[in-house]
Design a protein around this ligand. Structure first.
Ligand SMILES: CC(C)(COP(=O)(O)OP(=O)(O)OC[C@H]1O[C@@H](n2cnc3c(N)ncnc32)[C@H](O)[C@@H]1OP(=O)(O)O)[C@@H](O)C(=O)NCCC(=O)NCCS
Length: 148
């Protein structure tokens, strides 16, 4: 079974390998460093001492924003994304967060299905929020409240 721990600077080279493999428009290493410096919740999912996924969440004033959730492309479809998300929701709950927000590409059916199943509701759209191969792509905004 996977286990969870806090991300550190030493994880960043492996995290970047996964990030660039998983996303067409990935975060830079600088984005992860900024989040570490800002003290965001950054969780690594390890299995047999290998990093298989990670999540990044900011929290302030009783609200959280899930900024990144990623599973290694070779490890998808085995429940790791669901477990990682559930772990992040437990952290938010322990810190008395009342609502968790996130944005996802409208075309990302896998992630949308994951968030729906985890009790998130679609609360809006941001038109042209993401860069895409053919110009811009809309974001779907999800929120989940009362998740304890
Ligand atoms: C989105 C992501 C985190 C899901 O991780 P995962 O480990 O594959 O997900 P799980 O195996 O836990 O599956 C969770 C749910 O996702 C949905 N799902 C999984 N594979 C799917 C597929 N091929 N098509 C559609 N839905 C799928 C199902 O609802 C599944 O629930 P179920 O197993 O009860 O049916 C992973 O695909 C990923 O890292 N993608 C690239 C990065 C990304 O897009 N992150 C989200 C940005 S907001």
């Amino acid at each position: 079974m996977p286990c969870f721990r806090a991300m550190t600077e030493q994880d960043l080279s492996t995290v970047m390998e996964i990030e660039t493999a998983a996303y067409t428009h990935s975060w830079s290493e600088g984005n992860f460093r900024d989040c570490l410096l800002a003290g965001y919740e950054m969780v690594i999912c390890d299995m047999e001492q290998q990093i298989i996924g990670y999540g990044v969440m900011s929290m302030a004033a009783g609200e959280a924003h899930l900024l990144n959730l990623c599973v290694h492309p070779r490890k998808e479809g085995r429940g790791h994304g669901r477990r990682l998300l559930s772990h992040l929701m437990q952290i938010a709950d322990q810190k008395n967060v009342s609502t968790v927000y996130l944005e996802v590409r409208a075309s990302n059916a896998r992630a949308c299905a994951l968030y729906h199943k985890a009790g998130f509701n679609e609360i809006g759209f941001r038109t042209g929020y993401y860069p895409s191969g053919s110009g811009r792509e809309d974001a779907v905004v999800f929120a989940r409240s009362n998740f304890s």
